[in-house]
Write a protein that binds this ligand. Sequence first.
Ligand code: CP
Length: 469
Amino acid sequence: MSLANRSLVTVDDLSNEEVEAVFSLADEMSEAMDKQSNVCQGKVMATLFAEPSTRTRLSFEAAMHRLGGSVISVAEAKTSSLAKGESLADMARVVGSYADIIVIRHPWEGAAKVVADYAGVPVINGGDGGHQHPTQTLCDLYTIKKERQTIKGLKIALWGDLKYGRTIHSLIFALAKFGANILFCPSPGLEVPEHVLEKLVTEYGGEVEKYEAQDQKAKDRLFPLDAIYTTPDSPHQLAMMPDVNLEVELKTGIDALYVTRPQKERFAATEEGQELKGKFPVVDKKLLKGKPFRKTLVMHPLPRVDELAYELDADPRSMYFKQAARGVPVRMALVALLLGTKEVPISREGDSLVQQVDYPIYKRDFGVRCPNPRCVSIQESEIRYLKPEFKIVNRKPLTLRCIYCEHGFEPKYIASSDWHEGRLVNKKYHSVDSHWARQIKPENLIVFNSESEAEARGFKPSRYARARS
Ligand code: CP
């Protein structure tokens, strides 16, 4: 099995065995860091960054230089033709004819998928809005493995902005794939989005249990725990403690505490307006003084602001600068493998816990569009050529998941192309919670999110068109 010519858009794009192959090559790269390599001599990397970055862009560029290749770079969207309204697809086609591999960071969720679909060369997602940041996750997993030799069965607490943190979303799925247990400790109002939890349960197995503290006092005294995810190997843990008592969880110790900064640049207007002081608990020596944290790895993708105290920098448990430094050998390994200039044996026998689900696809060039305002598929420059496309992840209630940004939502109205096509007088739409939701076959399904959307296509309300409240 080879990774040559593949792209890395989400953590789902690599199997556990492929991740292990990247890590074994990263070990090799790490040992030879002081020697100039020619593994990628003659190859060109394009780094296209439409959002600020220190670690991701510079570690990819350092990686390519160390591999003997060269780099062309756009460090700000305003210096590229994206600022003139050029579409991502056009840019991808053009840059794909200049470079052998592309690293893209963009604020639109799903942007890296679009670039990968059109570039014709391997594309690496360096962060697409609040969606995913898979190479940060490789650095995180590599660090955990280096320090603890395994990921399976570890107890990893995720702290801070779990709503908009793209490193968090990638890490959740990767930890689940490798069989870790996850404690969710969000800042108030920044809990893990429902669509991430839904995918975690349906495709990664295991269980997510919401934590209901006995009383607020107990909750304050402990840890701001919102929920616990246990892997399919150990859901019996939850059965043994119906109230998901964090004190029980803490007794056995936390293996890693992964802290994230509030992603203020992605906050909605209401969140921006909130008084933030005091709502982002700080990780400091005081918090980590208890027994459960004696061996806890303190991790952070960086950059940090106020959520992680500088007093921890000299603490042997602190891993964040190691995570950043390991970004170079990890990215050297990934680039060499995707370019096919290096190969390592990849076992086919795996113990991945992911269940591949072949969901029916919903794709029409009219009707419902992704409701996520940050989704690439609804942006003015992209709407001209991108058709809305969704996975039908549930029939009751009907739930669609956008193939670009992976947000899930429950639309309001449905119709059928089978019975109404060509017979305008019969073009009726129905409420999604009427019996029609079960009767219309996926291939005939037409979905609308509003009455006006349905009526603009010539559909009239049936007597089952009462909108859900
Ligand atoms: N961790 C991370 O993505 O850092 P940058 O934003 O500096 O690239």
